[in-house]
Design a protein around this ligand. Sequence first.
Ligand code: NAI
Length: 242
Amino acid sequence: MACVVYGGSRGIGKAIASAFLQDGFRVAIVARNVQHLEDTISELHEFTHTEDQLLRFSCDITKEQDVIKTSEHIHHTVGAVSILVNSAGINQDSLLIKSKSTNIEDLIQTNLVGPMITCRTFLRGMMQRKDGCIINIGSIVGQRGNAGQTAYSASKAGLVGFTKSLAKEVKDRGIRVNLIAPGFIDTDMTKGIIKRQELEKAIPLGRFGMASEVADAALFLAKSCYITGHVLNVDGGLNLNI
Ligand code: NAI
């Protein structure tokens, strides 16, 4: 079975690609930065059984034509895609009063419109085969909000509505759509976070999560044939504080 991971060159996406590879899937990782993609291919090489089990594609999910062209390339080289993971995302913290329209647009385009475009692009094949599983990566802040992250939270809250609506649209087509809402996970995105100790105290499990722990949840959703339209929190219990 083939799986495509957008944002698969780093962090959570890379951990998801690694988990699916180790479970025997063919995996296509997609991201913008070619060097990061090359580095990830070398890093994950030890988990591949054949030359073509792990492939990389460079693409910007905010550019629809780029997504369509890449999806055709993926289809020809990897085959029919059964699992689509949308982990590509950006974060730019700013109070709304100080934020620029271009930053707001970038966040919404990348975190919300991007996954909508990738889903629409791969849906046609999934609908024809009546087989598909889509996993969107949202965030706990899409449920509880966070000062300094109005646009980011809005993009992730939008992704919840999108996931549930799409799950209803494709329920009769053999396609499931779910969302993972991570809390604080150790990746490049959270590297520069300030007041880490204070944040850790607020997390019921007392620590940041590992990208591999989000990957465990993605693999679980891929195999859970009776779950759709679900928001799965992987946040050390942070959602208990809502
Ligand atoms: P990261 O910064 O380590 O990796 C982001 C990935 O997205 C990279 O592969 C990058 O190339 C790709 N990407 C970004 N913009 C893109 C674009 N326009 N086109 C194609 N690829 C693009 O981030 P991390 O931490 O792995 O985050 C992954 C997802 O999880 C994001 O959607 C993020 O919002 C979400 N998340 C992360 C949390 C954390 O604590 N790290 C917490 C909650 C949600």
